[in-house]
Design a protein around this ligand. Sequence first.
Ligand SMILES: [Zn+2]
Length: 380
Amino acid sequence: MIINSFDFRNFFINFALLPSNLSFSNYFSTMKFVLVGFVLLFTICTQALSQKDSAPKSDKEIESIRIVIDAGHGGIDPGTEGSKDNLKDEKDITLDIALKVGRFINDNYENIQVVYTRKRDITVSLEQRVAIANETKADYFVSIHCNSSKKKEIYGSQMHVHDFTYRKSTKLAQLLDEEFTTRAKRNSKGLFNSKDRRFNLYVLQYTNMPGVLIETGFLSHKQEEIFLNSDNGQEIIASAVYRGIKNFLTASGYKLVEKEKPKTEDKKMTAKKENENKSTILVSYKEKNLPPTKAKNPKNEKVVYKVQISASPKKISMNHADFKKLDMKIEESKNEEKKGVLTYKYTVGKVYTIEDAFILMEYVQKKGFKDAFIIKEDRE
Ligand SMILES: [Zn+2]
């Protein structure tokens, strides 16, 4: 928050400049000047103090707003997996959309600060997400996810809040939903709270500020999956989220300060730079328990890492007790190792950095697959 206050710097500059060429004979007039200066200072100070106490919020008072943009899942937790190898997992789509939302905000507004819970494909626990939001004292929390259903024909967006009695969360959800319905032309399924869901959403339950979890669409629905994978689809979703947030802030009485638009040639570069600077906040915090990883964009990666947990000359049932312990999707592949000898290989995960592969491997080893190891595959 910026309080209208007396500009001390200017005062002292004026104060110091004026008497610089005074001689000793002018001592008294100097003293007079000093005295006048102090009286002036005293008056202004008392005025400033009383203003802070009693004056109503002036039009010029600009608040800084901090918003957490939470890309669901990540790292060893893929969320809903892509239906084909060349289609992204939920964790990749939520990250793409979250970064686009952040970029829209950073490009357009001076006094909205974006805090990401992750900026790349890393593992962040639900507890860490909540801690990032609470410890940065964020004003609002927006979590981005993709849905999935056994009924493949279901598609559309959903806005989740913790409870409809939370007025601000519900208002934010309504305005987000409006954008999804009207401008993004999504098949909105409306607003849901914990009573509708019959369960709580951890990140909404434990964050201290108003928040909405957005289910942007169903990856189990063929067309919606393709839409959410496409750059154009993600832009449409991200701009709906951005506009929903903007409309909510305006409706809540915030004064939003627009950024000066750079010239078109420099626009991309400047926007990129600003985004980098603003959003690097807290990266060190959220990653403190994880090994350092190199920033990588999954879109551009030519290889993926998986962890092989088992190999066998015979097919192993997916219902095997050992597999069930993992609670992860297990992939089966057939390989011809030696002449005519088939081997069934079983792997889990799909990550883009060797560091994350190590985290995944350790996780799997702790679950009992002591001989698990990392394999590298070319991406289709
Ligand atoms: Zn999710």
